[in-house]
Design a protein around this ligand. Structure first.
Ligand code: AMP
Length: 429
């Protein structure tokens, strides 16, 4: 389910599984069409997707994006007896309500920024002023789903007051911003740790990092993500153990008290602070573009842990990872992250794939009238390089990207571990 770069990576990885006979994707994209039959139904069209599933009777539905999960797609499919990798609406509140996620973390003592939720401007502004007076920066978040755009990181109380009024009074984030969470600003390096969850057991994947800002040097506006890499050098085995013990296992235990098992991905956005790892957010699905850098490194079968999640047998599954590093670089269309240009012909896809040995993960693409692949969204595609060390992986990804062209194409030139970028070394690992 879905039609972005994450779903292309998922479909490509699932297509390699000996457990998978046939793949159907909705709505998919031209890249996904290379491994799956497409159905022209939007991921958010719950009734339409249930209709496709009743016709196809799949052994498993894998839901890529968060919005259909929050809207109850997994519940609707399960009601038809169809196994789903992805939580029901109750579990998806982990991502769909930041306030609820905070309350779950509080019950289990999971380390996170101190925070409170408000629907009144005066109370929120007073709380933000209190945080700022204590010498802390302030972050204002729309409570609901805002397509990654509902977070404002503020330097001072005055900025926070503007962000609070934007959400609560000016309705900038629509209904998602009718409540806000105001929280302490954390400082450190960010990483993403995703885990499979069958309702009881959590099985962490290797860590990844994504790059949210539009411009090199982590400058410019926020985007859906301009690139990613895995593994993360700062995520040592000791850090990974702490994230598992202090974050993933307790959140799974808290979710386990819900009305039904939480089946799917638990994604923890982590800040490595001086006081240890702290949670920035939880998501209820794979990350985009983290998935495009993670799955090329997965040596074991993706379908196996997904099916085990639906059967409650995840404790018997082990994941295998390739030792190489993967760097995935997103190419975006002119105008993005604002309204993007569309309909421009894309050349060089096959040449890039031949060079990297991986598919070019397509996201905002479509078939043009003449059958060629054209741009159809802001983040158009991602080129991933898999090689020994981040430096070589990065060079391979950028060499692949150099084969691709479309009008207005742009990308960040510094995707990779920050240290490599800062030193300009690009390959000394
Ligand atoms: P979220 O959607 O909650 O992950 O927030 C999006 C981005 O905002 C994160 O990836 C961080 O870069 C930033 N952010 C969120 N919460 C905080 C925080 N408490 N302190 C600092 N940065 C934050």
């Amino acid at each position: 389910m879905g039609g972005g770069g994450r779903e292309h990576a998922l479909a490509w990885s699932l297509a390699k599984s000996p457990l998978v006979d046939e793949l159907v994707a909705a709505p998919g994209n031209p890249g996904i069409a290379e491994v799956a039959d497409l159905r022209a139904v939007a991921a958010t069209d719950v009734a339409g997707i249930v209709g496709v599933a009743k016709e196809v009777r799949p052994g498993l539905v894998v839901v890529g994006p968060e919005a259909p999960l929050v809207a109850g797609l997994a519940d609707a499919l399960r009601a038809e007896g169809i196994p789903v990798f992805g939580p029901g609406a109750a579990g998806a509140r982990l991502e769909g309500s930041k306030e609820w996620a905070k309350s779950l973390m509080a019950t289990r003592g999971i380390p996170t920024a101190i925070a409170a939720a408000f629907d009144r401007v005066d109370e929120a502004v007073a709380y933000a002023a209190g945080l700022a007076a204590g010498g802390r920066g302030v972050v204002v978040k729309a409570d609901g789903l805002a397509a990654g755009k509902g977070v404002t990181v503020c330097d001072d109380a005055a900025q926070a007051a503007v962000a609070i009024a934007d959400a609560l009074e000016r309705g900038v984030f629509g209904a998602a911003g009718s409540r806000v969470v105001v929280e302490e600003r954390l400082v450190g390096e960010e990483l993403s740790v995703l885990a499979f969850c069958d309702g009881t057991t959590v099985l962490p994947m290797e860590a990844a990092q994504d790059f949210k800002r539009a411009r090199d040097g982590d400058l410019g506006p926020n985007t859906g993500g301009m690139g990613s890499h895995s593994p993360v050098p700062s995520c040592t085995p000791a850090v990974a153990d702490r994230v598992a013990a202090e974050v993933l296992e307790p959140i799974a235990a808290a979710l386990g008290e819900g009305p039904e098992p939480y089946v799917g991905v638990v994604y923890a956005g982590i800040m490595l602070t001086d006081d240890g790892p702290k949670v920035l957010e939880f998501n209820c699905r794979f990350g985009d573009p983290e998935t495009q850098a993670l799955l090329p490194r997965l040596a074991s079968d993706l379908a196996e842990p997904m099916l085990a999640c639906t059967e409650g047998s995840l404790s018997g599954v082990r994941l295998g990872w390739r030792p190489e590093a993967c760097v995935a670089v997103v190419a975006a269309a002119a105008g993005y992250p604002g309204p993007p240009a569309t309909g421009d012909a894309i050349t060089g896809l096959a040449a890039a794939a031949a060079l990297t040995g991986l598919p070019v993960f397509q996201a905002g693409t479509a078939r043009g009238a003449d059958g060629s692949v054209v741009t159809a969204g802001g983040r158009v595609l991602a080129v991933a390089g898999l090689a020994d060390g981040h430096g070589a992986a990065r060079r391979l990804a950028y060499d692949g990207l150099a084969k691709i062209a479309f009008d207005g194409m742009w990308f960040r030139t510094d995707i990779g571990p920050a240290a490599l970028v800062r030193s300009g070394a690009g390959g000394e690992d």
